[in-house]
Design a protein. Structure first.
Length: 132
C-alpha cells in the first residue's frame, strides 16, 4: 500500500452502516494529498485532512466540524495504513489515538483505537473504506 493507493472516492461504513463518503486527491501540484470526509447522520464529524511527506512517512493535519485540530504521524507498512497520535499538538493530549487499516485493494478494513493507561489499545470504533 502506498499513498497513491488511497487516491479517489470511498464510501464509509461504521458498525455495518454505510452512510459517509471520503475523497483523497493530490493538490498543489502533487505536493500534498487533500482528504475530505463527509459525515454520517450520526458518527464522526465532517473532516478536512492534509497529508504531507514527513521523514520516512507522512504527517496528517486533521481539522473537523467540531473545531478539533490534531496532527497524526502516518505510515504504510506493507498492506497496513497507520495513523498515530501519542503526544500533544494543537490540542491537549487527554488520550492516545491510532487508526489501523488493512488494505485489500478496493476495501480498507480499519479501526480507531484509544490508548489506555497501561500502554495498551482498546477499540473505539471500526471504520471501513470501500472504493466507489
Amino acid at each position: 500500500m502506498t499513498l497513491e493507493d488511497v487516491i479517489g472516492e470511498w464510501e464509509l461504513e461504521i458498525g455495518g452502516v454505510v452512510g459517509g463518503r471520503a475523497e483523497f486527491a493530490w493538490d498543489l501540484g502533487g505536493a500534498y494529498v487533500l482528504q475530505r470526509q463527509e459525515p454520517f447522520e450520526e458518527g464522526p464529524p465532517k473532516g478536512l485532512m492534509i497529508i504531507e511527506p514527513a521523514g520516512d512517512g507522512y504527517r496528517q493535519h486533521y481539522f473537523d466540524s467540531r473545531g478539533v485540530t490534531r496532527v497524526y504521524e502516518m505510515s504504510f507498512d506493507g498492506d497496513t495504513w497507520i495513523l498515530l497520535r501519542t503526544k500533544p499538538d494543537f490540542t491537549e493530549l487527554s488520550f492516545r489515538q491510532r487508526f489501523v487499516g488493512e488494505y485489500r485493494g478496493d476495501v480498507i478494513e480499519g479501526r480507531w483505537e484509544t490508548g489506555d493507561d497501561d500502554g495498551g489499545w482498546k477499540l473505539d470504533f471500526e471504520l471501513v473504506y470501500r472504493r466507489v
